[in-house]
Design a protein around this ligand. Structure first.
Ligand SMILES: [Zn+2]
Length: 269
């Protein structure tokens, strides 16, 4: 992909988009974001048609002619191969986000590990991530390629550009394919750094004040936040201070405390 790749879907020819989707597939395969026939990539063309990767093929080895074309409603109108059922997820982004012209879905090892462990990437740990993505929430599990998964995703789509899918993988979107791909890379990199920080010691999160400064810096970096706005902010060190006031009790400890309180109360009467 060349620097022209940041142009929106409607500013390039279909031929160019076909080449770029194959390139994104190759990059995802080389970086082990996908293996075998996993993952899928799509681009919304200028006329609203959607160019997407086919099912049952290694996305690292695609040729431009392997791609399929769908109408805006998701009906396949071109291509001898069959589109993946996971394209439903892509259609949801295109339907809800007029600003989105490309969607990437993959199963990168570390971030999918977080998703499989039920963990979001929602800590205020790295400036670029806070500025670029805010946070990466975890969407509850639903069977891949079903309307249930789309329903689980729906509340998040307008507010975030990258999402973890519980026990499944990652989906990212962007105004162009290069941006959507970079967001996928950023999510995986963030997951790796988070683990490295946890291995090295206790990750030191930003305060909410620092997060506010980073959010204000978005304009300077030309970051356009998702149109839904009011996304939840990442977890900060202030939240941790609040957590420090919480206590955890075992059931028997709680029972003992209640018993003690009742005994004291009876003794007072
Ligand atoms: Zn998948």
């Amino acid at each position: 992909m060349n620097p022209d790749s940041v142009l929106a879907g409607n500013q390039k020819s279909e031929k160019q988009h076909r080449r770029e989707i194959c390139c994104a597939g190759r990059w995802m395969y080389e970086r082990e974001f996908i293996v075998a026939c996993e993952g899928n990539v799509s681009v919304r063309l200028g006329d609203g048609r959607i160019l997407a990767t086919p099912t049952c093929m290694n996305k690292g080895l695609l040729e431009p002619a392997d791609l399929v074309v769908l109408d805006p409603e998701g009906r396949q109108i071109e291509g001898s191969r069959r589109v993946s059922s996971e394209v439903l997820m892509h259609l949801l982004f295109y339907r809800m986000r007029p600003d989105v012209h490309a969607v990437c879905h993959a199963h990168p090892v570390t971030s999918t590990g977080f998703a499989a462990a039920g963990r979001a990437l929602d800590e205020a740990l790295l400036p670029e991530v806070v500025i670029g993505l805010g946070k990466v929430p975890l969407v509850r599990y639903a069977t891949p390629g079903t309307p249930e998964l789309s329903a689980a995703l729906e509340p998040y789509v307008e507010h975030y550009d990258a999402l973890l899918l519980a026990n499944h993988g990652v989906v990212t979107c962007g105004p162009d394919l290069l941006t959507a791909f970079y967001r996928m890379e950023t999510v995986e990199h963030t997951a790796k750094i988070t683990l490295a920080a946890e291995n090295a010691g206790t990750p030191k999160l930003f305060s909410s004040k620092e997060v506010a400064k980073l959010m204000a810096a978005r304009v300077r970096y030309g970051v356009i936040a998702p149109p839904g706005g009011s996304a939840e902010l990442p977890v900060t060190s202030d939240d941790e201070d609040n957590v420090a006031d919480e206590i955890t009790l075992r059931r028997d400890e709680l029972d003992a405390l209640i018993e003690e309180a009742v005994r004291k109360d009876r003794a007072r009467r």
